[in-house]
Write a protein that binds this ligand. Sequence first.
Ligand code: NAP
Length: 281
Amino acid sequence: MTVAPPAPAAFVTGASAGLGRAITEKLLREGFVVWGTARDRSRLQETFKDRAQFHPVVLDLQQAEAAVEVYRQARAETPAGFDLVVNNAGYGVFGGFVETPPEVWRRQLDAMLMTNLSLVHQQLADMTGRSRGTLVNVASMATEFPLPYMTAYNVAKAGLSALSESLLIETAGSEVTVIDFRPGDFRTGFNQAMPSSPLLEPSGRSSPRQLSAWRALERHLASAPGAERAADDLWRAIHRGRGGVVRSGNWFQVTLAPLFERLVPLAWARAVRWRYFGLSS
Ligand SMILES: NC(=O)c1ccc[n+]([C@@H]2O[C@H](COP(=O)([O-])OP(=O)(O)OC[C@H]3O[C@@H](n4cnc5c(N)ncnc54)[C@H](OP(=O)(O)O)[C@@H]3O)[C@@H](O)[C@H]2O)c1
């Protein structure tokens, strides 16, 4: 009698909404068993109701040690560890760097950079231990084109990309694949999920420049592709089995803009980029 191999297992952070939800849906359709995280279990249970292949897991990026422990517990529930990990969870904060209290951007860096570093430390140890696996860190095109008035976010995403690039060196020649996934704009609840910012406060502290930038960000997200497209792009990259940078999004953001930046002087490229973000100079 032949015994069927166990279904592949994946761990996805931020599975309750947006890109993480679309990636989880895609993996479930492809036959994975998925341990998907969010801060609120009921949100996951509601989203993935009656999906036997889905395991809801509560994880808060704001608590690094607890997050690693949660990951370890999930791994212990799998027959042979995770074949795929997608570190996707994240959030934005909009506001001027000076007006934003240091604890706000420190909190964001702790969650999106330091906790992810701690998680990846354990995840990569597991993958090298079993000599295989695919590790995806969801960065952003903000790594290459910093978003206006989202400084800590840009720093966190650039740091995540630097982490992935560094790990590519250390995993070269092995069966462990590291993907630096860089989405452009996708139509999710990302902007709405941002904690209150100077712009959204009735204090009137936001400058016309900030307001213009915010409106541009809203416009870009409203006209962006749906999250399923990012999930399809990521799935193709996982399937190919090659590590490195994977950009996903509309043609202008992921193909033309990076090419343009390489071909023209930085000052020109910056001027075009700022105009794109609603900033005249
Ligand atoms: N949408 C875009 O255009 C875009 C572009 C580039 C990169 N990205 C990146 O893609 C990832 C997903 O973004 P999205 O657009 O899908 O946003 P989203 O719709 O707001 O979803 C964010 C997900 O992350 C989780 N999350 C947020 N803060 C968390 C925290 N402190 N601890 C644990 N989980 C947390 C949320 O779960 P709960 O709130 O339920 O806990 C949710 O599942 C983020 O890293 C984002 O930076 C998005």
